[in-house]
Write a protein of this length. Structure first.
Length: 171
C-alpha cells in the first residue's frame, strides 16, 4: 500500500468520523427537543382521573337514556335532553319515537346496563369510547323478557364542564 493511499484512507476516516459526530449531535438535539415538547395528544393514556371521569359520565348517560318505562317516559326524555347532542340526539329521537308508539300497548320496560366502557381517545374537549351495553326488555303484555347486547362506539364532547354524548355508532 502506498503512502498516498494511506493518507487518503486517513482523510476518509476523519471525514466519516466527523459526519458521524455531526449526525449524532443532530440526533441528540432532536431527542432533547422532543422530550421538552408534550406530544401526548391522547390523555386516555396518561390521565387516569380524566379517563375515569369520562367513563363514568358516559356510562351513566347511556344507562339513563337507554332505560325506559312506558308508565313514566319523562325521566328518559329529560335524560336525552340533557345528555345527548348533535347526531346522537337525532338518532335517538328516531329510535325512541317508534318505541314510544309501541311501548304502551306492549307495556314495555327497558333497563340498560353498561358492562364495560373503555376510553380509546381523550382530549380536553372530546372523547371516543368503546362501550359494551346490555339492555333488558320486559313486556307485561305477554310476560316475555329478553336481554340484548350492543357494542357501541361513543363520541362525547365536553361543554361547560359536563360530558354530552354527540355520537353513537353500533359496531
Amino acid at each position: 500500500m502506498s503512502a498516498a493511499t494511506t493518507v487518503v484512507r486517513r482523510h476518509a476516516a476523519l471525514v466519516l468520523a466527523a459526519l458521524l459526530l455531526a449526525g449524532a449531535a443532530v440526533a441528540f438535539w432532536q431527542a432533547d427537543r422532543v422530550r421538552d415538547t408534550d406530544h401526548v395528544g391522547n390523555h386516555a393514556v396518561v390521565d387516569t382521573d380524566a379517563t375515569t371521569r369520562v367513563q363514568s359520565a358516559v356510562a351513566s348517560a347511556l344507562v339513563r337514556v337507554f332505560s325506559y318505562d312506558y308508565n313514566d317516559p319523562a325521566p328518559t326524555e329529560q335524560a336525552a335532553d340533557s345528555l345527548l347532542a348533535g347526531q346522537a340526539r337525532e338518532q335517538y329521537d328516531l329510535l325512541f319515537s317508534a318505541l314510544e308508539e309501541k311501548a304502551p300497548g306492549q307495556q314495555l320496560v327497558l333497563t340498560a346496563q353498561v358492562q364495560v366502557a373503555a376510553v380509546k381517545e381523550l382530549s380536553e374537549r372530546s372523547a371516543t369510547l368503546l362501550v359494551f351495553l346490555d339492555q333488558a326488555s320486559q313486556r307485561a303484555s305477554d310476560e316475555e323478557s329478553a336481554v340484548s347486547a350492543a357494542q357501541l362506539s361513543v363520541t362525547a364532547t365536553k361543554k361547560g364542564g359536563d360530558w354530552r354524548i354527540t355520537g353513537i355508532e353500533p359496531l
